[in-house]
Design a protein around this ligand. Structure first.
Ligand SMILES: C[S@@+](CC[C@H](N)C(=O)[O-])C[C@H]1O[C@@H](n2cnc3c(N)ncnc32)[C@H](O)[C@@H]1O
Length: 279
């Protein structure tokens, strides 16, 4: 009987849990079955993917090895290099300090006048603060909006915000909601790493995972299209041109969303993006 109930849950893509939420979707995107059928037989055909022991590359790779102790997957390093400007001083906020490894790595990688701020719920992390070298640590929870506001008033706005904190789905979404509009500079990059944790039960404390939330951001980036019928609504001299549309506040700020294996970069525009024109 128990097995039959389990099978039914499995079929419905639900994972029963002893902790709230008592039922959550096992796969954020709607289930392996749905993924396979959407991919079609060719793209869904099984293939073997082998582990490779490739050493970290590039200048950040060398700094990563040399400073030691940062808790990062190696394939994140090129994503950081492509999205974080080290040619000029920036302000960076990292959620999650742990043993201070990444703070040391950023200190060495970024422009020497950059300000690096780490937050962590663990008071022991305060020991990794080094104000003389512009490395600051504040203690508090990434889900605490008041605390985040205080950190922003003290050090923000930030050119880069990196979420490497609890990896709990509710915290990842909540921190983004609390930081993107008010604490991220324009332009700015909001980076969330370890989103693979969304697929692991201990980290699923909300029905909407961060991966689900990214799909919402994709819709928000296109929020001016559903009210239109075709490209004539965006043509400069067309009588059907939509002069104004009502969109969520975030829409004109969304300059792009980059999704890599386990790491997502949401780019904020330098000012409200002009609406696109069709010619
Ligand atoms: C993966 S480690 C950070 C690693 C570090 N960024 C690095 O690369 O070396 C995650 C850290 O998040 C902290 N943490 C856990 N829950 C948190 C929360 N709710 N708010 C802020 N930090 C939290 C933990 O104490 C831990 O130090």
């Amino acid at each position: 009987m128990k097995q039959r109930i389990r099978d039914l849950f499995e079929k419905a893509n639900l994972a029963p849990s002893r902790k709230a939420p008592f039922l959550s979707r096992r796969y954020p995107y709607g289930g392996a079955r749905r993924m396979h059928s959407a991919l079609g037989p060719d793209l869904a055909a099984p293939t073997t993917w082998r582990a490779a022991d490739t050493p970290p590359a590039g200048e950040l790779g060398a700094i990563f090895m040399h400073t030691g102790g940062a808790n990062k997957w190696l394939h994140y390093l090129p994503v950081y290099e492509a999205n974080i400007d080290r040619s000029q001083p920036i302000r960076m906020l990292e959620l999650g300090v742990f043993r201070g490894g990444s703070l040391r790595m950023w200190r060495e990688y970024l422009h020497p006048q950059s300000v690096i701020v780490g937050i962590d719920i663990d008071p022991n992390c305060k020991q990794f603060e080094d104000p003389e070298h512009n490395v600051h640590v504040r203690i508090g929870g990434q889900q605490d909006a008041t605390f985040l506001q205080e950190v922003n008033s003290e050090f923000g706005p930030f050119d880069v915000i990196l979420d490497d904190g609890s990896h709990m789905t509710s915290h990842m979404v909540e921190s983004f909601r609390n930081l993107f509009a008010s604490a991220l500079a324009e332009p700015g990059a909001y980076i969330v790493e370890d989103v693979h944790s969304n697929y692991w039960k201990p980290y699923r404390d909300s029905s909407m995972s961060f991966v689900d939330f990214v799909a919402v951001l994709v819709d928000a980036m296109h929020a001016h299209y559903p009210d239109a019928e075709s490209e004539v609504n965006f043509r400069t001299d067309d009588p059907a041109r939509l002069r104004e549309v009502s969109v969520p506040r975030i829409t004109p700020k969304l300059d792009g969303i980059e999704i890599h294996d386990s790491i997502v970069v949401v780019r904020k525009a330098s000012r409200d993006l002009p609406r696109s024109v069709y010619q």
